[in-house]
Design a protein around this ligand. Structure first.
Ligand SMILES: NC(=O)c1ccc[n+]([C@@H]2O[C@H](COP(=O)([O-])OP(=O)(O)OC[C@H]3O[C@@H](n4cnc5c(N)ncnc54)[C@H](OP(=O)(O)O)[C@@H]3O)[C@@H](O)[C@H]2O)c1
Length: 332
C-alpha cells in the first residue's frame, strides 16, 4: 500500500500571482485516473522551469502539480494493461500542464498515457532520458524518415547542444555513426560535448543571425532546440533535399527567413511535438532509446537532485545553465 500522504510541489493562483510550494497532501487529493503510480524519479525540462516559475502559461489549471515526466511503480490499476508492481514511464500528454504531474511522490493518470519501462533501462535512467531524450529521439526518427542515414558523412548539427535535448541528440547521433557538430554557447562544455561524440564544436555566435538567403551547402541534417534566429541561420546552409527537426524555442519563437532554402534546395523543417506523439511512435522511440543511447553517455549527463532543489534548478534551466539532464529523486 502506498503512503496515505505524499509530498508534492503545488502551483496555485493567489491574487493573480502564481505561487508554487512544497506541500504534504492526502492521497485523496489526487485527480481521477485509472493507474496509481508510486513515483520514483521525475526530471527537469525547460518547460518545467517555466511552470515552476509561473512563466509561459504552461499551467492550464490550478491547483496543479507540475512535472511533465515521471517513472515509477504501479500500485493500483483499474486497467487490464497494468498490474501492481509494473514499472512505468510517463512523458507528455499534458501531465504537469493540465493534469497533476511528476513533482510528487504519487501520481494518478490514464493508462494510455503510460509506457512500460523500456528495455533494460532503470527508473532513474528512464528519467535521465525523460521528455528531453524522447524528443531528441523523435527528431532523429523524423530526419531518418526523410532520408538521413549515417552513410551520409556530411555534417549533422545540433543546436543548444549542451542542454537536455541537445546532449542526448549528440550522444544518439554519434552512436549511430553520424558526423555530429555541436553548437553551444558554453566554451567550458566543449570537452563534455566531444566526449559525448561531437566531432566538431561550433560557437553559438556562428548561428546567432541569418546571413545571406543561401550559403554553401554544409548541413546534411539538423536538430534545432533553440529556434528563432538560430533556426533562421541554419536554413541557408542546408544541403539539397535535407531537413531540420525543429523542436525548441530556448532562443526565440519568431522565424524570419526567406523561401529560397525551400524552393531552391527542397529543404524541409520537420516540426516535433513530443506531448501528443501517438502511442505506436512513442513505443518505437522508447525502444530505439533503449537500444541506441549509450548508457555511459547518459550517466555522464545526469545530475541527481531532491524535490526541494527544484526552484533553484528551474531558474538555472531558464538561464541555459544546466548541463545535460537533471533527474529528480522525489523521495530524497
Ligand atoms: N517540441 C517538443 O516536444 C519539445 C520537447 C522538449 C523540449 N522542447 C524544447 O526544446 C528546448 C530545449 O529544451 P531542454 O529541456 O533541452 O532545455 P535546456 O536543457 O535548457 O537546453 C536548452 C539549451 O539551449 C541553449 N540556449 C539557451 N538559451 C539560448 C539562447 N538565448 N540562445 C541560444 N541558445 C540558447 C543552451 O545550450 P548551450 O549552452 O549548449 O548553448 C541550453 O542549454 C526548449 O525550448 C524546450 O521547450 C520541445
Amino acid at each position: 500500500m502506498p503512503q496515505d500522504t505524499f509530498k508534492a510541489w503545488v502551483a496555485d493562483q493567489k491574487d493573480g500571482q502564481i505561487q508554487v510550494e512544497l506541500r504534504e497532501l492526502a492521497r485523496e487529493a489526487l485527480p481521477e485516473g485509472e493507474v496509481l503510480v508510486e513515483v520514483a524519479y521525475s526530471t527537469l525540462n525547460y518547460k518545467d522551469g517555466l511552470a515552476m516559475t509561473g512563466q509561459g502559461k504552461i499551467i492550464r489549471k490550478f491547483p496543479l502539480v507540475p512535472g511533465i515526466d515521471f517513472s515509477g511503480t504501479v500500485v493500483e490499476s483499474a486497467s487490464p494493461d497494468y498490474q501492481p508492481g509494473d514499472k512505468v514511464v510517463l512523458t507528455g500528454w499534458g501531465v504537469g500542464e493540465s493534469h497533476w504531474g511528476g513533482f510528487a511522490q504519487l501520481a494518478r493518470v490514464k493508462a494510455g498515457w503510460l509506457v512500460p519501462l523500456p528495455g533494460e533501462l532503470s527508473l532513474k535512467q528512464a528519467m535521465g532520458i525523460g521528455t528531453a531524450g524522447f524528443t531528441a529521439m523523435l527528431c532523429i526518427m523524423a530526419l531518418e524518415a526523410k532520408g538521413l542515414a549515417p552513410t551520409d558523412q556530411r555534417e549533422v548539427v545540433v543546436t543548444g547542444a549542451a542542454g537536455g535535448v541537445g546532449s542526448i541528440a549528440v550522444a544518439l547521433l554519434a552512436n549511430l555513426g553520424y558526423n555530429v557538430v555541436a553548437s553551444t554557447g558554453r566554451a567550458e562544455l566543449h570537452d563534455y560535448l566531444r566526449w559525448l561524440g561531437a566531432k566538431q564544436i561550433l560557437d553559438r555566435s556562428a548561428l546567432a543571425k541569418p546571413g545571406r538567403p543561401l550559403e554553401s551547402e554544409r548541413w546534411a541534417g539538423a536538430v534545432d532546440t533553440v529556434g528563432g534566429d538560430t533556426l533562421a541561420a541554419l536554413l541557408p546552409g542546408m544541403a539539397q533535399e535535407t531537413s531540420i527537426a525543429a523542436c525548441g524555442n530556448a532562443g526565440g519563437f519568431s522565424l524570419n527567413t526567406t523561401v529560397f532554402p525551400f524552393i531552391l534546395r527542397g529543404v524541409s523543417i520537420l516540426g516535433i511535438n513530443s506531448v501528443l506523439t501517438p502511442r505506436p511512435r512513442r513505443l518505437e522511440a522508447w525502444a530505439r532509446l533503449a537500444r541506441d543511447l549509450p548508457l555511459e553517455a547518459l550517466g555522464a549527463m545526469i545530475q541527481e537532485s531532491p524535490l526541494a532543489a527544484l526552484p533553484e534548478l528551474s531558474q538555472q534551466i531558464l538561464k541555459g545553465q544546466i548541463k545535460g539532464r537533471v533527474v529528480i529523486d522525489v523521495n530524497a
